[in-house]
Write a protein that binds this ligand. Structure first.
Ligand code: ARG
Length: 459
């Protein structure tokens, strides 16, 4: 008979038990569940709800259970539906009456809410560390190729030349915001629901501050009904991970493009690519493609949780058990993407010549000519118009901007001078972008220095 068997005349139907169980996936919360129980039992003893001898017997047994689970020796009973019941049932089996005292002033509702928060704190710390390591690798790649020029695109069309390092550092910025969002989520979830009971709090003289402090929370949650109903922190984390995956997906898309025969800007280490079962020449960027694909799982998890929560009456409803699988899957996905990416980034080889050739299209310097005219007194709109006409004129003459003579240019842009003929190189264009945050080598060097210092200081 189940632990709540008192009011029941029979056990759950087997198919109902299988349908309702969560042990198969929530056993990963064992360490947090035990930590939470240890804090609870110590508090029960200081509050004189149980005596010290019982408390220390329970704490010792919890320690043994922890070791057994870690070593794979713990016998999870198939009769227990979740990790919380498994551990409590084991305590009762082994300690009898003493074990039966642990659940005073506690419900699985506040217990599971506390366990998940403890678990997420650790996972967020790990993900933030992994993000920092990936940022370091991207910065190192940018640093190794700090003078390589590539075409910058808008609408996937040639726009203006940029430094490859500048492009890479854009991702370091995105990752920094991801890391900030995760840290912020951690700060908000760091409150202890323990002691909220099933929903109403407890009749027993518990000390919620004590358990909150022992578990490293910033304090207890204020409202017991909110505490057991709330999964905002799960949704928030999933939203943060969804944004993070969106960034990784964009980086992946860049990589997929750059390795393709249309670009050949970079090549990946063989260890991170696969071949084709049919075409012997193929080397495919599967890791990047899979990362792009896995982004869908994390978006799905976010939508799943938002949908689970929508319309749930207060307080606990069993629907909430559906938070775990999408959450765990998203965390695993984010961590695996980060772990593999930091290795893959290290193995990137850069084809500076291919990038330079692609960046040498003189049309990409048209805006630089407009800027030259502005500096020489022409209003921006007319300068833009004139250079537009020049582009069209050059096509009619079947030549390119850099091959036109000064007099050909002056037919359309009479203000042009000898020095304008020097404007049409990518180096010159990039060197001129000295505005703060621009792509000139000096500005990009400042960004590199900023990130090296910041990342070395551990944030
Ligand atoms: N396995 C449950 C969950 O993950 C634990 C809480 C169960 N509470 C309850 N009243 N049935 O949500």
């Amino acid at each position: 008979m189940a632990i709540w068997g008192g009011r029941f005349s029979k056990d759950a139907d087997e198919i109902a038990a299988v349908f309702g169980e969560s042990l198969s996936f929530d056993r990963r919360l064992y360490a947090q569940d035990i930590k939470c129980s240890v804090a609870h039992v110590r508090m029960l003893a200081t509050s004189k709800i149980i005596d010290d001898a019982d408390a220390s017997a329970i704490v010792d047994e919890l320690g043994r259970i922890h070791t057994e689970i870690e070593s794979g020796d713990f016998n999870f009973s198939s009769e227990c539906e979740d990790i919380h019941m498994s551990i409590e049932t084991c305590l009762i089996d082994r300690l009898g009456e003493t074990g039966a005292r642990i659940h005073a002033a506690r419900s699985r509702n506040d217990q599971v809410a506390t366990d998940i928060r403890l678990y997420l704190r650790d996972e967020i710390d790990e993900i933030v560390d992994l993000i920092r390591m990936l940022q370091e690798r991207i910065v190192a790649l940018a640093d190794r190729h700090s003078s390589v020029i590539m075409p910058g695109l808008t609408h996937l069309q040639n726009a203006q030349p940029v430094l490859f390092a500048h492009h890479l550092l854009a991702y370091v910025e995105m990752l920094e915001r991801d890391s900030d969002r995760l840290t912020d989520c951690r700060r908000r979830l760091n409150r202890s629901p323990l002691g909220s009971g099933a929903l109403a709090g407890s009749t027993l003289p518990i000390d919620r501050d004590q358990t909150a402090a022992e578990l490293g929370f910033d304090g207890p949650t204020r409202n017991s009904m909110d505490a057991v109903s709330d999964r905002d922190f799960v949704i928030e984390l999933l939203a943060d991970l969804a944004i993070f995956m969106m960034h990784m997906s964009r980086l992946s898309e860049d990589i997929v493009n750059w390795v393709s025969q249309r670009y050949t800007f970079i090549s990946l280490d063989d260890a991170f690519c696969t071949g084709s079962s049919l075409m012997p020449q193929k080397k495919n960027p599967d890791i990047a493609e899979l990362t792009r694909g896995k982004t869908g799982r994390v978006y799905g998890a976010l939508i799943a949780l938002l949908t689970v929560m929508k319309g749930l009456p207060l307080c606990y409803n069993r629907d909430l058990q559906e938070d775990k699988e999408p959450l765990f899957d998203s965390i695993d996905t984010a961590k695996s993407v980060l772990s593999i990416y930091k290795l893959m980034i290290d193995g990137i080889e850069v084809n500076a010549d291919a990038m330079a050739i692609a960046a040498s299209d003189p049309f990409m310097m048209a805006t630089d000519f407009v800027d030259w005219l502005v500096v020489n007194g022409v209003p921006f709109r007319s300068a833009h118009e004139k250079v537009g006409q020049l582009v069209s004129h050059s096509s009619k003459l079947n030549t390119s901007l850099d091959r036109m003579t000064l007099s050909q240019i002056q037919e359309v842009v009479p203000e042009a001078e000898e020095e304008c003929l020097l404007l049409f190189t990518a180096e010159r264009s990039v060197a001129g972008k000295r505005s703060f945050g621009g792509t000139s080598p000096e500005e990009v060097a400042k960004q590199l220095a900023y990130w090296k210092k910041k990342l070395a200081s551990g944030h």
